[in-house]
Design a protein around this ligand. Structure first.
Ligand code: ADP
Length: 273
C-alpha cells in the first residue's frame, strides 16, 4: 500500500529526523509506530501523505511517488491524517458541515456528499450529533468527527498521529474501538502512539529511535524483547511489566501482553503448581 525506501529527512542541517528508513505498509494492516519523544514518528507520518517529502530515498503511495507534485492531490485523497489536537482540525461551526468539508473541496457532487457524510458519521457513532456545534463536544467526540471528516473522503489509509494522546480514558477507548472497527472493514490504519496498550492491539509494531526504524514485528515479537525495548526508551505494556516482576520473583510465566492473558497465565500456573 505504502512503501518507504531508504527515506532520510532533515528539518535543519544538523539534525536528521529520519535516517534511512525502509518500511512496507501492507494493504489492510493495522500498524503501530512507537518510539520515545523526538524519535521521528510524526516526521514519518507526515511522509505518508506528502506533507513532507524525503531529502533522500522515496515514498510510494499506491504506486504514486510523493515527490511528484502531480500526485499530491491523489495521495491526500487516499491517505487521511488525524492529528493530536482535536481543536485544530475542526473548521466549521456545525458537525455535518465539518465532515462535508473534505468531499466538497474534492468536488464530489452534493447528493453524494450527503450520503458520504451520513455514512461517515454513522461509522464513528456520531450521527445524532450531525447538527451540533463541534466546540460543544468532548475531546473524544471531536476526534471521532475528525475521523469522520477523513472517512467522508473515502481514503484507503488512515494515519492517526497520536490522535488519542489528548483524550481522557473513555475518549481513548471510543476512538480505539472505531479504529479497530475500520480496520476490520479493510481500511489500512497507521497509528502513531505512545500507549503500548494500543500498540498491543495492532497487527505489527514499528519501533523508532533517533530517526531510525529499529525493528518491526508482531506485538508479541517486539514486546518479548523487554530489555531491547527499554534500551530504546520505551516501557513495556503494563501486563508485560507485571509478568516480568512475577518472573523475577520466581513465578515463571510466558510473555503476556494484556491483563486477560496475564490472568489466564496466573490461573494456569496455579493449577500446575
Ligand atoms: P516524535 O513524533 O517521535 O516525537 P518528531 O518526528 O516530531 O518525533 O521529531 C523528530 C526530530 O525532528 C526531533 O529531534 C525533533 O526535535 C525534530 N523536529 C520535529 N519537528 C521539527 C520542526 N518543525 N523543525 C525542526 N525540527 C523538528
Amino acid at each position: 500500500m505504502i512503501t518507504l525506501e531508504h527515506v532520510t529527512y532533515h528539518y535543519d542541517a544538523e539534525n536528521v529526523a529520519l535516517c534511512d528508513v525502509s518500511l512496507t505498509i501492507e494493504r489492510g494492516e493495522l500498524l503501530a509506530v512507537v518510539g520515545h519523544n523526538g524519535s521521528g514518528k510524526s516526521t514519518l507520518a507526515k511522509h505518508l501523505n506528502a506533507l513532507l517529502l524525503p531529502d533522500a530515498g522515496c515514498v510510494t503511495v499506491m504506486g504514486m511517488d510523493t515527490r511528484d507534485e502531480a500526485n499530491t492531490l491523489g495521495i491526500r485523497q487516499k491517505v487521511g491524517m488525524v492529528f493530536q489536537n482535536p481543536d485544530n482540525q475542526l473548521v466549521t461551526t456545525v458537525v455535518e458541515e465539518d465532515v462535508a468539508f473534505g468531499p466538497e473541496n474534492m468536488g464530489v457532487p452534493s447528493a453524494q456528499i450527503r450520503e458520504r457524510v451520513d455514512a461517515a458519521l454513522a461509522s464513528v457513532g456520531m450521527e445524532t450529533f450531525a447538527k451540533s456545534a463541534p466546540h460543544m463536544l468532548s475531546g473524544g467526540q471531536k476526534q471521532r468527527i475528525a475521523i469522520a471528516g477523513m472517512l467522508a473522503m473515502q481514503p484507503a489509509v488512515l494515519v492517526l498521529d497520536e490522535a488519542t494522546a489528548m483524550l481522557d480514558p473513555k475518549g481513548r477507548r471510543d476512538v480505539l474501538a472505531i479504529v479497530q472497527d475500520l480496520h476490520r472493514q479493510g481500511i489500512t490504519v497507521v497509528m502513531i502512539t505512545q500507549y503500548m496498550e494500543e500498540a498491543v492491539l495492532c497487527d505489527r509494531v514499528a519501533l523508532m529511535d533517533g530517526g531510525r526504524l529499529i525493528c518491526v514485528g508482531t506485538p508479541r515479537e517486539v514486546f518479548s524483547r523487554g530489555e531491547f525495548v527499554r534500551e530504546h526508551g520505551l516501557a513495556l505494556p503494563a501486563a508485560a511489566q507485571l509478568r516480568d516482576k512475577l518472573a523475577a520473583g520466581g513465578m515463571e510465566l510466558p510473555v503476556c501482553l494484556t491483563s486477560e492473558e496475564l490472568a489466564d497465565a496466573i490461573c494456569q500456573y496455579k493449577s500446575v503448581v
